[in-house]
Design a protein around this ligand. Structure first.
Ligand code: ADP
Ligand code: ZN
Length: 361
């Protein structure tokens, strides 16, 4: 088991634990390390079906026994109306500020429970138990939560740190292959951002990652969490360096949006990483040998080189321009000077963007 703290300031500290196969002890661990007057666990029907027995044990190991709220799975729940239904349920259950909210699920459950915990009675304590690779390495850490509006994804939300994040790699054994791939794209992002030892670790573990040998992957996941910790501690509010975590995501989000969200986030980020590497090289920031090394690394994780769907270049560029991160009318990309050396670049010529879209088609 690996554990460390994410420390924003004295009042906002997150305990992070990473281990393999400790779900059976999770209830007792919560009772010991995060004792509260009451507990409400939020999950979705898929996760509940897969882990019914373990979740029941967790709830009964708590004192008083925890309450359960199970949501229909899917992004459609990440909206204002379904969230008000949950809030009304909390009122019915008599939930007060001494209650711990436990988010057990993927990124969607984490976003919803995180949002509810942030706003209900101006804030309840929150524990994340993330169950997807994306949530374990990315979305459960850093305190961001968001809901979608009809006008766009992740348009409302808060940044508020959870009290703890308990990561059990064993959950990942039941993850569908496509979900695993989604998470691999995020892990690859950390490798390219961080370089050095973490990049070498991922290179050496590429087969274990492809084959999903979970008992071998604690260092990989804990390493990703530590990298995220470093960014979040320095820039919790996402104004400066935390933006480097958007590597692969500027182009990735545009690919997702231009496809009407038909393509998965992971595929879009994988292609976004490919395109942004090519852009870094094309604009003479990244040496060619480094780009080749980075592309070969993505290959070794089994991430796609080319889109398996048609790319509409005009629509993608239009989405890039709409990106909420654009400033003074310019699209900003996180590019690499080297593996492990990201920087924020603006004023990128449209012709260069169009030609890298060509490279991933
Ligand atoms: P993400 O973390 O990628 O944002 P979601 O919260 O949308 O993921 O979850 C993706 C899908 O995977 C959902 O249908 C969810 O119910 C399901 N899921 C979550 N965790 C697991 C797991 N450990 N095993 C199998 N399916 C899971
Ligand atoms: Zn992402």
């Amino acid at each position: 088991m690996t554990s460390f703290a994410i420390v924003i300031d004295k009042t906002e500290t997150t305990l992070v634990r990473v281990g393999y196969d400790y779900l059976a002890r999770m209830g007792l661990l919560i009772q010991k390390e995060l004792p509260h007057r009451a507990y409400v666990l939020i999950t979705d029907h898929n996760v509940l079906e897969l882990y019914k027995k373990e979740i029941q044990t967790l709830l009964t190991d708590l004192s008083p026994k925890g309450e359960l709220i199970a949501l229909p799975p899917g992004e459609e729940q990440k909206q204002i109306f379904p969230v008000t239904v949950i809030i009304n349920r909390l009122v019915e259950l008599g939930v007060d500020r001494e209650t711990l909210i436990i988010a057990l699920g993927g990124g969607v459950v984490g976003d919803i429970a995180g949002f509810v915990a942030a706003i209900y009675m101006r804030g309840l304590s929150l524990l994340h138990i993330p169950t997807t690779l994306t949530a374990q390495t990315d979305s459960s850490l850093g305190g961001k939560n968001a809901l979608d509006l009809p006008g766009g994804k992740n348009m409302v939300g808060t940044i508020r740190q959870p009290q703890a994040v308990f990561i059990d790699l064993k959950f990942l054994s039941s993850l569908p292959a496509a979900e695993w791939q989604n998470g691999l794209a995020e892990v690859a992002k950390y490798g390219l951002l961080e370089g050095g030892e973490y990049f070498s670790l991922l290179e050496s573990q590429s087969e274990n990652l492809r084959e999903r040998r979970l008992e071998k992957l604690e260092a990989v996941i804990a390493g990703a969490c530590r990298i995220k910790k470093n960014y979040v501690e320095i820039d919790e509010q996402d104004r400066h360096t935390r933006r480097f975590l958007n590597l692969g995501h500027t182009l990735g989000h545009a690919l997702e949006a231009a496809s009407g969200y038909a393509v998965s986030h992971g595929q879009a980020v994988a292609l976004g990483l490919r395109g942004e590497l090519a852009l870094s090289r094309r604009l003479l920031h990244l040496p060619e040998a480094q780009e080749e090394k980075a592309q070969a690394f993505l290959d070794s994780l089994g991430l796609p080189r080319k889109a398996s769907f048609p790319l509409d270049r005009k629509a993608i560029v239009a989405c890039l321009k709409m990106d909420k991160k654009r400033e003074s009318g310019q699209v900003r990309f996180i590019l690499l000077k080297n593996i492990g050396q990201p920087f924020l670049a603006a004023g990128i010529p449209e012709a260069a963007i169009l030609s890298v879209i060509e490279e991933i088609q």
